[in-house]
Design a protein around this ligand. Structure first.
Ligand SMILES: Cc1cc2nc3c(=O)[nH]c(=O)nc-3n(C[C@H](O)[C@H](O)[C@H](O)COP(=O)(O)OP(=O)(O)OC[C@H]3O[C@@H](n4cnc5c(N)ncnc54)[C@H](O)[C@@H]3O)c2cc1C
Length: 493
């Protein structure tokens, strides 16, 4: 990348008292004709905002600022909005679709519900998990609970799936009076992994093994990669993700939500503009990005960075932000995740004798469920959400090999699967250049102050994205975009 011309152009523009800068460089570019004037660059009073990333966080920030009369421009590396909200339609027959990224909107996801309502989208309640397949044993959820059957894992309580580790945390949870104000002796557990803490508190290894398939799978890591403090916090909260969590999905596909935001913003989103460099001083920021093989730059009084830290850490930042912020950007942990959508000619999982339609497993596919439950049949899609070591293992294989294993693993739960198999598609988010991971989580040593560091502004530069919330969800992403829009509105008045 050659930024020389851009910098000199910017300096020239400054010297000439010009205001906006949108300059192009690269072979054959006619510099003067490529400069577009957006606005005045007059520091905090200016109403111009540049937003990096058209995921739900960037879109929500842009949407709210646009409504408030700001002039917004969004730079997005891909040719579509939505980032990790990715509904795939083309690979499937009969108009079927599959959520290859974000899928569930929980009942308490107020921001996601609010904007779905605003854009006329309906959220349908999803089916709860109805079966368990672990260590080769099959349990129907109803009888498992009723008869208090025990999972084949040492140290577990009968009739329960999630939360088996809680009894080993009793001593620690009893030390907490107010979950919002954790005492120092609890905060220090940030230096231990969840696995280390459980072992220390007397849990058998099997409890950790089981946890790896339960909440650690939701977090897309292993228990030995997570902060013990985040495990404690999750149990100190009133709500805890478990088999009863009330989840929903947007009828017709989750991509409708980012598309609705994007439609409202129309020409203000510039696609296929990967950002390569951010420079800043106390009055403005300048962002370099690629556009049709050339490097361009825009100078802006307000900047919202709504791209994952897993990507931001590879973007040049000049001068670097505060040391604590840079540490957070460079080290914030992300997990490993893959989704596998499998198309079958017949929905054998709906048959009476089937183990279930939504099954927790300890196979390489982990969670397997009827993706197309609210779509017309007779064909259907079984979805796998697999994470951590299994996602990593599958991620090293070719698409063909991944699908071969997917069919083998699905056949363990539903032996008739090969008879109806029509093919599938995988999405390994760690190999996606614009995410390079699943979503953020608290690694060992990161649960104490990384969240605050991630969300704190650096001068005129604001940060949005799921990683600036404690939710790792569509709701969290939208909420962060709204938060940033409020902060800019307030500061600009
Ligand atoms: C497999 C999977 C399953 C999930 N399941 C759920 C779920 O069931 N429910 C739920 O609520 N959430 C779920 N999530 C999480 C949810 O997808 C995210 O929390 C949310 O979508 C993140 O939004 P964001 O705007 O913060 O980031 P992103 O969606 O990642 O958006 C960031 C945007 O920045 C762009 N970008 C990146 N780098 C650059 C660059 N250099 N220049 C310009 N643009 C750039 C990206 O292309 C992207 O569009 C899941 C995520 C995954 C991966």
């Amino acid at each position: 990348m050659n930024n020389k011309h851009v910098i000199s152009r910017r300096d020239f523009m400054r010297g000439a008292g010009a205001t906006l800068v949108y300059a192009a460089t690269g072979a054959g570019s006619a510099m003067a004709s490529n400069i577009r004037s957006f606005s005045n660059l007059s520091g905090e009073s200016s109403k111009n905002v540049l937003i990096l990333g058209a995921g739900l966080a960037g879109l929500a920030a842009a949407y709210e600022l646009d409504k408030a009369g700001f002039s917004v421009t969004v730079l997005e590396a891909r040719s579509r909005p939505g980032g990790r909200v990715r509904t795939l339609r083309d690979p499937f027959a009969d108009g079927l679709y599959a959520e290859m990224g974000a899928e569930y909107v929980d009942a308490h996801d107020e921001y996601a519900h609010k904007y779905c309502k605003e854009f006329g989208l309906k959220v349908l309640t999803a089916k709860l998990y109805d079966a368990i397949f672990v260590r080769g044993q099959r349990f129907k959820m109803d009888s498992f609970k009723q008869n208090k059957e025990k999972l084949p894992f040492k140290g577990t309580v009968g009739g329960e799936l999630f939360g088996q580790e809680k009894k080993y945390l009793k001593r620690i949870l009893n030390m907490i009076k107010d979950p919002e104000k954790l005492p120092a002796e609890i905060l220090k557990f940030d230096n231990l992994s969840a696995a280390e803490l459980l072992l220390q508190e007397g849990a058998p290894q099997d409890i950790i093994n089981l946890y790896n398939y339960l909440n650690a799978t939701e977090r897309t890591v292993r228990a030995d990669q997570m902060s013990a403090l985040s495990l404690i916090r999750s149990h100190a909260k009133t709500s805890f993700f478990d088999e009863q969590t009330d989840e929903g999905r947007i009828l017709g596909g989750n991509d409708q939500l980012p598309k609705a935001f994007a439609r409202a913003l129309s020409g203000k989103i510039l696609y296929q503009r990967p950002v390569r460099k951010i420079a800043h001083d106390k009055n403005s920021a300048e962002v370099w990005f690629e556009e049709g093989g050339k490097v361009q730059s825009i100078r802006t009084p307000w900047l919202v960075v709504a791209i994952p830290f897993s990507v931001l850490r590879e973007i040049e930042i000049k001068p670097e932000f505060s040391p604590a912020k840079m540490k957070c950007i460079r080290e914030l942990a992300y997990g490993q995740v893959m989704k596998i959508a499998m198309q079958y000619k017949k929905r054998f999982w709906d048959e009476k004798e089937s183990l279930g339609q939504r099954v927790f497993t300890d196979t390489h596919l982990r969670r397997i469920y009827h993706m197309s439950i609210d779509q017309p049949g007779p064909r259907g899609i079984l979805m796998s959400f697999t994470a951590a070591d299994d996602a990593e293992m599958l991620g090293k294989l070719s698409e063909k090999e991944r699908l071969k294993i997917a069919l083998q693993e699905a056949s363990k739960v539903w032996p008739e699967a090969p008879k109806f198999w029509e093919g599938g598609v995988t999405k390994y988010w760690n190999e996606d250049p614009w995410v390079k991971g699943s979503y953020s989580l608290s690694g060992v040593g990161q649960a104490r102050d990384f969240l605050e560091l991630a969300r704190t502004a650096e001068g005129l530069i604001h940060f949005a994205g799921e990683h600036t919330t404690n939710e790792s969800s569509m709701n969290g992403a939208i909420k962060s975009g709204v938060r940033v829009s409020e902060a800019i509105k307030k500061a600009a008045t």
